[in-house]
Design a binder for this molecule. Structure first.
Ligand code: PLP
Length: 455
């Protein structure tokens, strides 16, 4: 394979791309001069012109083992040769799915007991929500259907997941969200403001918004609360304070509301623990995942449910069964790659490594930028780091959208060899968990010099 392709090839590809390809969150202005990625090795991506840059976002927050891992390719090809597809419907099953569910059971928080597999995170969100509603209905509480989520959350683009997503733009252009979804404020330590005189901590005040919402809507109407342990794609890396999730758990218990943890980004070691909620010892009723479970080598997502939920599914009469399923549920090749991903994460100690490397990255950024007048906040957990740029530090005032600061910084980062996302003025860093120390330092240096060049 050669990536020394001519620029004519690129021009042809781009013309064809513009004509026939719709991209996620499509807009032609995004692709004025698109990167045409043709090769990946370790933490580097190379484009068709031969430019090699650091993959600062692990693909799309998923390629945690880096590019070109032979073990994952071998795991996929072995399973493809043996049995490329087998359904898990109608009494059928197969060893990779069984082995994966078994392995996960020993890895997840102890409240989670049985697993269902999808092709990605959005399907996982819909599966969780439908399961929460099914559960209450099966227990005779069929009014419990409302799902409470948070502003600045991202849960996916299927209709249910987009309705749970708390970024208004993702729904407005398509018309209303589905009924039965309600949003409360994000526990955003940098920007959360309590009422004057409120003596609660930010975490307590933010968690109490859930209680207020449940009481207002009526506990008999609320099925579940869904939350990313650390908000990612919607909010730009928002790490709650330590008191937030324990209080959320207590509120969910008080009102019989299921807690759904959306671990699509935070799962599988990204934050320095196997799962995000592990940082606070909080046990969800449903936990959904995707992305890092296969290091992005093949699509797989899913959810785990508690023993209580599984027993309700198991106890239903056949005609009232959990009527939910996808053709690609528990795809054997994806399950085989997931098992291998987990083996590598475990054997190479990459979860602990993410904690160490993340701390190094944060420290480096803080040392260099803590006093910069346009750096409002530097935050993160493990290798999930966000740097919020502001027009004015004392007032935390944001840049005007027309300044396009985030986009200018993104281009500067790229020019200096770092590919990542800036949402819209928050630089998101989530490099592969295998990123060597010197590349971690290089990432920090590029961020510092790029900010200094633009601002
Ligand atoms: N949930 C979270 C927290 C995510 O970050 C994402 C995607 O970024 C999703 C769900 C949706 O996953 P997918 O794009 O695989 O449908």
């Amino acid at each position: 394979f050669s990536h020394a392709l001519s620029s004519l090839d690129k021009a042809d590809l781009v013309t064809s791309d513009r004509r026939h390809l719709l991209h996620p969150q499509h807009h032609p202005s995004d692709s004025a001069d698109p990167f045409v990625w043709v090769h990946g090795d370790g933490v580097f991506l190379t484009d068709i012109d031969g430019r090699r840059v650091i993959d600062g976002l692990s693909g799309m927050w998923n390629v945690s083992l880096g590019h070109g891992r032979r073990e994952l390719v071998d795991a996929a090809t072995r399973q493809l040769s043996r049995l490329a597809f087998s359904t898990a419907y109608a009494g059928a099953t197969h060893p990779p799915a069984i082995a994966l569910a078994d392995r996960l059971a020993g890895l997840v928080p102890p409240s989670i007991h049985a697993f269902y597999f999808t092709s990605g995170g959005g399907e996982a969100t819909d599966s969780s929500i439908r399961t929460a509603r099914y559960y209450w209905r099966a227990l005779g509480k069929s009014a419990k259907t409302t799902v409470i989520a948070r502003e600045l959350s991202y849960h996916g683009s299927t209709l249910g997941a987009a309705s749970a997503t708390g970024v208004a733009e993702f729904s407005e252009v398509f018309g209303p969200r589905l009924p039965g979804f309600h949003h409360i404020a994000s526990p955003y330590p940098y920007r959360f403001t309590s009422a004057p005189g409120d003596r609660r901590s930010i975490g307590e005040a933010a968690a109490d918004l859930l209680e207020e919402a449940i009481v207002r809507i009526g506990p008999h109407n609320v099925a579940a609360f869904i939350a990313e342990p650390i908000q990612g794609g919607g909010g730009g890396i928002i790490v709650p304070t330590d008191d937030y999730f324990p209080r959320i758990r207590a509120i969910c218990d008080r009102y019989d509301v299921l807690l759904i943890a959306d671990e699509v980004i935070t799962g599988f070691g990204r934050t320095g623990r196997w799962f995000g909620l592990d940082h606070w010892g909080v046990r969800p009723d449903i936990m959904q995942f995707a992305k890092g479970i296969t290091s992005g080598y093949i699509p797989l997502g899913g959810m785990g449910v508690s023993e209580r939920i599984k027993s309700v599914l198991d106890g239903a009469p056949p005609e009232r069964r959990w009527w939910h399923g996808y053709t690609n549920s528990a795809h054997p090749v994806a399950c085989a790659v997931a098992l291998e991903t987990i083996r590598v994460l475990d054997e190479e100690g990459l979860v602990e490594r993410a904690a160490r490397q993340g701390a190094r990255l944060l420290q480096h950024l803080r040392n260099a930028l803590a006093d910069h007048p346009n750096v409002g906040d530097i935050r993160g957990q493990g290798l999930l780091v966000g740097l919020e740029l502001v027009a004015d530090r004392p007032s935390k005032e944001r840049f005007a959208a027309s300044d396009a600061i985030g986009e200018r910084v993104r281009r500067e980062l790229l020019k200096r060899g770092l590919y990542t996302r800036v949402l819209p003025d928050i630089i998101c860093l989530a490099p592969p968990l295998v990123t060597p120390e010197q590349v971690i330092d290089q990432i920090a240096d590029i961020v510092v010099t790029s900010i200094e060049a633009v601002l």
